[in-house]
Design a protein around this ligand. Sequence first.
Ligand SMILES: CCCCCCCCC/C=C/C=C/C(=O)SCCNC(=O)CCNC(=O)[C@H](O)C(C)(C)COP(=O)(O)OP(=O)(O)OC[C@H]1O[C@@H](n2cnc3c(N)ncnc32)[C@H](O)[C@@H]1OP(=O)(O)O
Ligand code: NDP
Length: 340
Amino acid sequence: VKIIIRIFDAESLSTSNALFTPCLLQLFGNGTAVLRKSDDDRAPQARFFPPLQEPMLLPGTFKNKVAFITGGGTGLGKGMTFTLSSLGAECVIASRNLDVLKATAEEISSQTGNKVHPVQCNVRDPDSVKATVDQMVNDVGLPDVVINNAAGNFISPSERLSANAWKAITDTVLNGTAYITLDIGKRLIAAQKGAAFLCITTIYADSGSGFVMPSASAKAGVEALCKSLVAEWGRYGLRFNIIQPGPIKTKGAFSRLDPTGKFEKLMIERIPVGRLGTVGEIANLAAYLCSDYASWVSGATIKIDGGEYSFMAGEFNSLSLVTKEQWDVMEAIIRQTKGS
Ligand SMILES: CCCCCCCCC/C=C/C=C/C(=O)SCCNC(=O)CCNC(=O)[C@H](O)C(C)(C)COP(=O)(O)OP(=O)(O)OC[C@H]1O[C@@H](n2cnc3c(N)ncnc32)[C@H](O)[C@@H]1OP(=O)(O)O
Ligand SMILES: NC(=O)C1=CN([C@@H]2O[C@H](COP(=O)(O)OP(=O)(O)OC[C@H]3O[C@@H](n4cnc5c(N)ncnc54)[C@H](OP(=O)(O)O)[C@@H]3O)[C@@H](O)[C@H]2O)C=CC1
């Protein structure tokens, strides 16, 4: 990209990279104005990729099944709870804010006709996790589906992080997943009951990412935890899969990862499908992976990101911004070159 900018001059290229510096200037020029509600920009090709959000599995797929979802009161967790509940599951949703959980449980059960149980839980605290699981077992029994979805995250240069900031994120994401999985897993094994576990990580669990270093480290740990148990606990009837979502516009994520709303356009420019993902798309994949249709799926890690990871990984992918005329010039230069 640097070479191309030198050849054609930065002004003539409307590239996201060329715009990055002014974009950052605008971002910090905003002073205290935060959380602008951004326009839901879409690239033209997004018209080829309409998001179908309604539950795609057969009604009754989760009839007589119990699903436990951490962070089920908001965002993706709420979406997954809605889909599983629509398909017949009795859901238990767990997080710190009981009022939010109660409101979500009421909203979903009134639409689906199936019970949703709100249970307060701080996944960072093993005693709280034990109390939550005790309550679930008492109310509805052991679960058939366990979704580790609760998380904490915010963008920050790593040199600004305190030890406690690192601990807040890694305790929630990695230790929280471990406490939930160990507590429920041991009880399932003792009861000789099978179950499907699902962990929600992110596309940067593979690559790491600057400015979200604790989240990247913890999500990579969650993936190692899942993959280890695929091998070890299959014999007990337990299977484990991972979803790595790309950007989905939830309040929890975007208020902490794009606080001014200025990065959204940049993000969409690097997503080949030309739009953000939706909660319903994640929920359908989650429902499939946790259903008996996926009984033979264990150890899968599925990116659902509109192609963003592949776009960012390919050395030359920014060349998609080069115009036909610019290609004519470059091709002529390349063809003229003889020898080394
Ligand atoms: C290029 C733009 C991209 C835009 C989006 C792209 C998305 C694609 C990939 C997305 C991945 C998403 C992953 C996610 O996980 S999103 C989920 C987000 N949801 C949440 O985080 C919900 C829960 N979060 C919280 O409760 C808080 O945010 C929390 C800070 C994680 C925890 O809160 P709490 O327990 O109350 O902790 P605190 O006491 O407030 O803080 C603990 C220590 O952390 C320090 N700290 C807090 N905020 C910041 C900050 N912004 N910068 C630096 N440090 C911070 C705080 O100071 C405490 O440390 P101490 O002062 O030393 O005690
Ligand atoms: N949205 C996105 O673009 C992406 C999201 N993800 C992942 O998707 C998942 C859901 O994120 P999203 O819906 O966007 O964001 P939300 O902030 O809405 O979801 C996070 C949930 O975790 C719960 N939670 C946080 N800390 C704790 C805790 N200590 N104990 C129990 N529950 C806790 C929160 O509830 P409460 O505050 O009540 O505790 C909240 O419901 C996360 O795993 C996130 O990493 C991954 C990639 C992209």
